[in-house]
Write a protein that binds this ligand. Structure first.
Ligand code: NAP
Ligand code: GDD
Length: 372
């Protein structure tokens, strides 16, 4: 029998990709979601999930990190070998609007889950992964950021994650639980949520290319992020739980790019070069050939407090886990744009795009999406 894993947040970008990764390694995977019926489509459609008790390799269970007793019952029933806590209200900007909910899910949620693991008597055997984040570093003084860089959160999201990070380390120390924090820098892919900047850009560029939109409206173009590919990062999560002893690790590419860099690279995939005019809120990105305005700035998309620059040092993960990111920035942008071009292609005779059996963990095969 393979190992049994429980993934919270299984319907999210990372959860779906991790489920695919673990299934390919012979795990029986259980996913927790607030909407099990709908969750069998979407990002999980190609994994043929079944209801609880169906014996499907991926079983979906109703659950909510706000519901401690429900988590308690689930952990007692499933008795998983590995628990990956990926569920969160993960949108940083939104966390300023719904700070209490963000903290309930992002801070107290992991605590409820850890308590359920302990109450089920699993602390000596189960392994726990907490989705910690580079947002914890805020605008810290040290560049690049590593495991020892002090935390300086600037959003309710990051403050909630800081509590979760601390409590994970406490359960490791106080209760002997094999618990790891993965301090992950931004990771993206074709199934990234559409409210995050990379997907807003690739979807916008594809819509403009197909004549479905005229311009892309963004917030802070100067912010810099260390963007990697989700398929590399889920492998890192898994590697953390396969070690002889639990620890915390940064996963990052070590390279940072600005939002403006990402916009330029994405438009370049459709053969357009941008010329920038104006400054600040008046800045515009024009098609260098036609003069058409393709990018504008909206102050509503700026955050009340911003992390201006993130770039990580994953030396510890490289040395101890043997982990290294395989996908570079250019390849990431190319893959995301290609998938959105295919998704939004209005050509009436085009057959529906088939989701490859391994959508996330394997690179999209050449020819699976149309080249434009
Ligand atoms: P995502 O796409 O936004 O997915 C979030 C997941 O959380 C969804 O599956 C959602 O499920 C679930 N969820 C939200 N509230 C919940 C609740 N109350 N109870 C149970 N489930 C709930 O996020 P992601 O990009 O995959 O990220 C995964 C995790 O890694 C998050 O914790 C995020 O904060 C963290 N992280 C992400 C990155 C990144 O760059 N992607 C970097 C560092 C850390 P339903 O709505 O279907 O129930
Ligand atoms: N979302 C968004 N939308 N961000 C924009 C936009 C826009 O229209 N325009 C500019 N940005 C800037 C944001 O201000 C931020 O500086 C940067 O683009 C990245 O924003 P997001 O893609 O929303 O990601 P994030 O870095 O705030 O948070 C993501 O990464 C964290 C790890 O560092 C999320 O996945 C978090 O859950 C994760 O912890």
């Amino acid at each position: 029998m393979g190992k049994v894993a429980l993934i919270t947040g299984v319907t999210g970008q990372d959860g779906a990709c991790l489920a695919e990764f673990l299934l390919a390694r012979g795990y029986r995977v259980h996913g927790l979601t607030r909407r099990p019926a709908e969750a069998r489509g979407g990002r999980l459609a190609h994994l043929h999930a079944g209801p609880p008790g169906s014996g499907a390799p991926l079983e979906l269970h109703f659950g909510d990190l706000l519901d401690g007793p429900g988590l308690d019952r689930l952990l007692r029933r499933l008795r998983p070998d590995e628990v990956y806590n990926l569920a969160a209200q993960s949108h940083v900007h939104l966390s300023f609007e719904v700070p209490e909910h963000t903290a309930e899910v992002g801070a107290l949620g992991p605590l409820r889950l850890l308590e359920a693991i302990r109450a089920a008597g699993l602390a000596p055997t189960a392994r726990f992964y907490q989705a910690s984040t580079s947002e914890l570093f805020g605008d810290g003084a040290e560049v690049p950021q590593r495991e020892t860089t002090p935390f300086a959160p600037v959003s309710p999201y990051a403050a909630a994650k800081q509590f979760a990070h601390a409590v994970t380390a406490i359960y490791r120390r106080a209760h002997g639980l094999f618990a790891c924090n993965g301090i992950l820098f931004n990771h993206e892919g074709p199934t990234r949520g559409e409210a995050f900047v990379t997907r807003r850009i690739t979807r916008g560029v594809a819509a403009i290319h197909h004549g479905l939109a005229r311009r892309l409206v963004l917030g802070n173009l100067e912010a810099r992020r260390d963007w990697g590919h989700v398929r590399d990062y889920v492998e890192g999560m898994w590697l953390m739980l396969q070690q002889p002893a639990p620890d915390d690790y940064v996963l990052a590419t070590g390279r940072s790019h600005s939002v403006r860099d990402f916009v330029e690279a994405a438009f370049a995939e459709t053969g357009r070069r941008l010329a920038w005019h104006g400054r600040g809120l008046d800045e515009r990105g024009l098609d260098a050939r036609t003069g058409e305005v393709l990018v504008a700035v909206d102050p509503a998309l700026f955050r009340p407090a911003e992390v201006e620059r993130l770039v990580g040092d994953a030396a510890k993960a490289r040395e101890r886990l043997g982990w290294r990111p395989r996908t570079g920035f250019a390849e990431l942008v190319r893959e995301m744009v290609a998938c959105d071009l295919a998704d939004l292609d209005p050509a009436p005779l085009r057959p529906p795009r088939e989701i490859p059996a391994a959508f996330c963990t394997a690179p999209i095969p050449e020819g699976a999406v149309p080249r434009t």
